[in-house]
Write a protein that binds this ligand. Structure first.
Ligand SMILES: [Fe+2]
Length: 195
């Protein structure tokens, strides 16, 4: 059974860049829904296997992918945020960023540009692609689309409207700009060090 992660900081710790109200709505309602529905889908799959009735398997597999991906990406997103205390990529990650993007500024420019044009409901991610042995930036639509098999999410930005609309309304630029103040690179570094 999938368990919700605890927020690694108090609910007001990301203010003023990410309000307490926005974080509570995001964590308590949206994220909880993904985790609960992942568990419900897995229970339905258990029953389908027990009864050998796979009549609804297509719907169940889609639900597993949708709710499961939503749960995982939210976990990564909440964990790679933190209070606005300056952190930065460590030497290993910075070397890889410089190698694959030319410089940190170029990486940030590409990440920001890409996040701005994520269509409607989606994500923007810095990932490690083992098959390419390279960092890439990916857009992910509806949790499941526009991704690469086997990629390792390192830095995740939620671009679903529920993530920012309460505080930033249509000003996506300001939300993305604020995001950079609350990234916890220590966590991103740790993820990258495991690769
Ligand atoms: Fe979200």
């Amino acid at each position: 059974m999938l368990k919700k992660i605890d927020l690694p900081y108090p609910v007001n710790a990301l203010e003023p860049y990410y309000s307490k109200e926005t974080l509570m709505l995001h964590y308590d309602v949206l994220y909880t829904g993904y985790v609960d529905n992942t568990n419900k889908t897995q229970e339905k799959l258990d029953k389908a296997r027990e009864s050998n009735n796979f009549e609804n398997i297509k719907c169940l597999e889609k639900d597993l992918s949708f709710f499961g991906s939503g749960a995982i990406l939210h976990e990564l997103f909440f964990e790679n945020l933190g209070p606005a205390i300056p952190t930065s990529p460590d030497i290993k990650l910075m070397e890889q960023i410089n190698k694959d993007f030319g410089s940190y500024d170029k990486f940030k420019e590409q990440f920001t540009s890409s996040a701005k044009v994520v269509e409607a409901s989606g994500w923007n991610l810095l990932v490690w692609v083992p098959n390419f042995k390279k960092l890439e930036i990916l857009q992910c639509e509806k949790h499941q689309n526009l991704t690469l098999w086997g990629c390792e999410p390192l830095l995740v930005l939620d671009m679903w409207e529920h993530s920012y609309y309460l505080q930033y309304k249509t000003k996506r630029d300001e939300y993305i700009k604020a995001f950079w103040n609350i990234v916890n690179w220590n966590v991103v570094n740790k993820r990258f060090s495991k690769i």
